[in-house]
Ligand binder design. Structure first.
Ligand code: F3S
Length: 399
């Protein structure tokens, strides 16, 4: 790889051992991936924040960097961690877990990262512009940033995103290059996709069918940001998809020639097949909403849905969002409305990266295919997917 003078200096250790280690990691990745050079980044988003996911080895790795003076050079936010940093007791978290999780957060804080833990950084102050190079690692946020915002990032791992934050650059390959952002397959959507849940099913189905590549969706009409957010998560969960195009909706959809692309069709039967694949049954004692983390609009929608209703005793409605969005939702009264109905709104964490098995619930229903895809393996709860209103109804009184 060709390095400029500043990069050479960093690699030689002239900015200290932590920066040298970051550069060594980035150069190694760049050489394996065939990158010719580095590119400066505007922001980073680092995964591997939950103690349950990274354990002792991960904690040591982070503390080692922090103690060696590692400091991020760009705006850096974190993925959800293993607990609500304030309401951890209500999640069944014990003191040992709390203390380990706080050590992880402290290591990131020492390195200068914003300790806002969210998979929707673009709703919480880390919003890149079209064409910005970034190094993000949460797969749903990567897919959203590339597709909807038009920023440029590969699907980074936690360590490579952190190294990029410390060096302020990332190897220039993959989706940083214009030519790699062209669609690879046309997806003809032959059914009416309207709600967030249906967009999630569509993303999950397409991810499963194509596995990798960049789909170009035809036949989708209105697709607001929240729908693209939940579809991004599903595409990245069932497949390794990091970008998609929708004509008239995403900014780069018209930039490429689609004449010779392979086509696939997706109809209602295929969406129903995904629903059945992800659904254990139609009973649940816990409804989870907020994968990816809820936006303000989604919290408002939920608060309206819950008007005059109560969560049944012995059941739970757990809602997940970022601190930034929660604070604004609190100001607008949405959080009170949800919690008056018996729901709980947690921040900094989510149903997949927290130890959900400690919640005391056994069976989760959600409107997010990504959550239903992962929860059975991460915490052992059974899972199902349903339309938001139906999912919420399953845990309400007077059902
Ligand atoms: Fe976000 Fe957790 Fe879903 S990180 S995308 S809420 S699995």
């Amino acid at each position: 790889m060709e390095l400029d003078r500043e990069e050479e200096r960093m690699l030689k250790g002239e900015e200290g051992p932590a920066v040298r280690k970051a550069m060594e990691l980035l150069v190694a990745v760049g050489e394996v991936m065939g990158a010719g050079r580095m590119v400066k980044i505007k922001s980073a988003q680092v995964s591997g924040v939950s103690y349950g996911n990274i354990g002792e080895a991960g904690l040591e790795f982070l503390e080692d960097w922090a103690e060696n003076g590692a400091k991020v050079k760009v705006l850096t936010t974190l993925n959800p961690c293993g607990m609500d940093l304030e309401r951890w007791v209500e999640m069944g978290i014990d003191e040992r877990y709390r203390s380990k999780q706080m050590s992880i957060i402290e290591a990131f804080r020492k390195m200068g990262a914003e300790t806002t833990c969210t998979c929707t950084p673009y709703l919480a102050g880390n919003l890149p512009k079209r064409g910005d190079h970034i190094a993000w690692s949460e797969s749903s946020a990567v897919c959203y940033a590339n597709s909807v915002i038009g920023a440029r990032t590969n699907r980074e791992g936690g360590p490579s995103a952190l190294a990029a934050a410390i060096a302020g650059r990332t190897p220039f390959y993959g989706l940083h290059l214009e030519e790699n952002r062209a669609p690879t397959v046309i997806v003809e959507v032959q059914t009416y996709v309207r709600t967030s849940y249906e967009f999630s099913l569509l993303g999950y189905t397409v991810g499963k069918i194509i596995g990798a590549g960049i789909p170009f969706f035809k036949g989708l009409r209105a697709a607001e940001s929240d729908k693209l957010k939940i579809m991004s998560a599903a595409l990245a969960a069932s497949g390794g998809i990091a970008m998609f195009h929708i004509p008239g909706v995403t900014p780069e959809a018209e930039s490429y020639d689609k004449a010779c692309l392979e086509r696939i069709c997706v109809d209602l039967t295929e969406l129903e097949r995904s629903r059945d694949y992800l659904s254990y049954g139609n009973e649940a004692d816990l409804c989870c909403v907020g994968c990816p983390h809820c936006s303000l609009n989604e919290l408002e929608e939920l608060s309206i849905l819950l008007r005059g209703r109560k969560v049944s005793s012995g059941k739970g409605l757990w809602v997940w969002t970022s601190k930034v969005v929660r604070d604004e939702a609190k100001r607008r009264g949405y959080i009170k409305a949800i919690e008056d109905a018996g729901g709980k709104v947690f921040v900094d964490t989510c149903m997949v990266v927290c130890p959900l098995e400690r919640s005391g619930f056994a069976y989760m229903v959600t409107n997010s295919c990504k959550a239903a895809h992962y929860v059975p393996s991460t915490s052992g709860l059974k899972a199902s997917v349903a339309e938001l209103s139906e999912a919420v109804e399953m845990v309400l009184e007077g059902r």
